[in-house]
Design a protein around this ligand. Structure first.
Ligand SMILES: [Zn+2]
Length: 312
């Protein structure tokens, strides 16, 4: 299974299997890193390895033993998932207490019992405190695997009781090779729009997402050239305002690099001073934050688009 992991996940995977092989794996593991890097694939490989009854040393799960068969059928009795309940954002303290009660029972099929907490930062302070005692004094064989895009939102007491496996953004060359392996023919523009982020680059390489991003560039160029009205553009963007603004930020970043004498793939920037492009990008980043609270998205979009049209 590790063969299928993206190359930038392999250092964390190797640290995990080395700790496992040397019997120094912690009871609490925190898999941390920004979104879109493949943490869930790595977590799945780790869970599989822990539940496999045949794999040894640095091997990945065999995929064929009884433990693997149960896991693949989605019915392994010693794998417990903790996530927000439907329509809820937070993992509630009652869910954590129920999980702890289940973990205290002896393993039904194996000596290892796993709780996969994902996203771990969905636990509020009360939920994290409820989990703390299990992190401090786990029953033998219990492994708590916490997956988090924002480990800074976890209590320091929780973080400090976990072995941290960090996944970091890989070098662009590594991502380019991986994208080629995913069938992406010309990854340059997708990689540039995604600032080298593999998950985002893969999305931008898809025809639909690429078309949406291109439409945003066309809107920005039309506004800058006086060929479009902010209100009409705002109306187009309102269906997915956060994604459109992400695209706008990506183009403005590329155009700023272009303005610094580093040509980038995609349409060239409108004839504006570099400082103006940088200001518009900073304002777009602020707009992105304000859109996180989805009040008046159309009005916020319009305000920024009016500024972009006027800026020079
Ligand atoms: Zn197996």
């Amino acid at each position: 299974m590790s063969a299928a992991l993206a190359p930038w996940l392999l250092p964390a995977w190797q640290r995990f299997v080395a700790a496992l092989a040397e019997d120094r794996l912690g009871h609490g593991l925190l898999l941390a890193g920004e979104p879109g890097l493949g943490k869930r694939a790595l977590a799945a490989a780790m869970v599989a390895r822990l539940l496999c009854e045949r794999a040894g040393g640095a091997e990945a799960a065999c995929g064929a033993c009884r433990g693997c068969a149960w896991r693949l059928a989605g019915s392994h009795p010693d794998l417990h998932l903790l996530a927000p309940e439907e329509d809820a954002k937070a993992i509630k303290v009652a869910q954590v207490r129920a999980l702890i009660a289940r973990l205290q029972l002896t393993g039904q099929a194996s000596s290892t019992r796993i709780a996969l907490v994902d996203p771990a930062d969905a636990m509020n302070a009360a939920s994290q405190n409820a989990l703390l005692k299990t992190l401090e004094e786990p029953s033998p064989g219990v492994v708590l695997l916490l997956v988090s895009d924002g480990p800074g939102r976890l209590l320091a007491t929780v973080r400090s009781r976990c072995q941290v496996l960090s996944v970091t953004r890989p070098a662009p060359a590594l991502v380019a090779g991986w994208l080629a392996g995913q069938g992406v023919q010309a990854p340059d523009l997708a990689l540039a729009l995604a600032a080298g982020h593999p998950g985002a680059a893969l999305a931008y390489a898809g025809a639909e997402r690429a078309g949406q991003a291109r439409a945003v560039a066309d809107d920005l160029l039309a506004l800058a050239g006086g060929r479009a009205q902010p209100l009409a553009v705002a109306q187009r963007w309102t269906a997915a305002p956060v994604q459109r603004v992400d695209d706008a930020i990506a183009w403005l970043r590329l155009w700023s690099w272009h303005g610094r004498g580093q040509p980038q793939p995609g349409p060239p920037p409108p004839p504006r001073p570099l400082a103006s492009l940088v200001d518009s990008q900073a304002a777009a980043v602020q707009l992105r934050e304000r859109l996180a609270a989805p009040l008046r998205p159309a009005w916020l979009l319009l305000e920024w688009l009016e500024r972009w049209r006027r800026a020079a």
